[in-house]
Design a protein around this ligand. Structure first.
Ligand code: 5GP
Length: 208
């Protein structure tokens, strides 16, 4: 009776703003939430798990999926395709589960075209440029060149902040988590997502 429609939660940010940490915490706290796993034609990197980080496919397979309308959205980044498989998203929403998308502003724009009603778009900002660079350096997983590349890309990403429903300045992790929890709670409670309300109100007025 308490069935609700799931949320499509898009989290975007420049690299280093803390999105991955926030996403992991959110998933760990919510059994009824899952990650959207994109398909890509790029090769797996060291440490990536097929099916968890991405579904790795050939270009021919990707193009076949495209022809079958299997993607909610897709993009060609450099020489590789990336796409969001539609079926897992549709299944999750119908089961009342939320699904999180770790995609950039281009993907967010396309999802807005495809599924605006189910979408909740959150943008994560770093508290300052200095702090963003400090966080990128402290990850110790990227070369100086990669860090410089990520820093120069960040202004472009940040320029899309106003296309999002919510913007969180991630200064303090625990405060940012509080904000995200509040957003998720309120969005889940929206009337249009409470599929049980219509029949409930009917019964209520009929005295059943
Ligand atoms: P990477 O190869 O570093 O994992 O990702 C390269 C870029 O592709 C990133 O900007 C990432 O946000 C984007 N990306 C990953 N998955 C998808 C997707 O399913 N759709 C779109 N539009 N972009 C994606």
């Amino acid at each position: 009776m308490s069935k609700r429609r799931g949320l499509m939660i898009v989290l975007s940010s420049p690299s280093g703003a803390g999105k991955t940490t926030l996403t992991r915490k959110l998933l760990a706290e919510n059994d009824d939430m899952q990650m959207s796993v994109s398909a890509t034609t790029r090769k797996p990197r060291t440490g990536e798990t097929p099916g968890k980080d991405y579904v790795f496919v050939s270009t021919a397979q990707f193009e076949e999926m495209l022809a079958d309308n299997a993607f909610l959205e897709y993009a060609k980044v450099f020489d590789n395709y990336y796409g969001t498989p539609a079926q897992p998203v549709q299944d999750a929403l119908a089961e009342g589960k939320d699904i999180i998308f770790d995609i950039d502003w281009q993907g967010a724009q396309q999802l807005t075209q495809a599924a605006a009603d189910d979408l909740v778009k959150i943008f994560i900002l770093p508290p300052s440029k200095v702090e963003l660079e400090r966080r990128l350096k402290s990850r110790a997983q990227d070369s100086a060149e990669t860090i410089a590349k990520r820093m120069s890309k960040s202004a472009g990403e940040i320029s899309h902040w106003a296309e999002y429903d919510y913007v969180i300045v991630n200064d303090d992790l625990s405060e940012s988590m509080d904000s995200i929890r509040a957003i998720v709670t309120a969005e889940r409670a929206k009337r249009k997502r409470q599929l049980w309300l219509g029949p409930f109100v009917n019964d209520l007025v009929q005295g059943r």
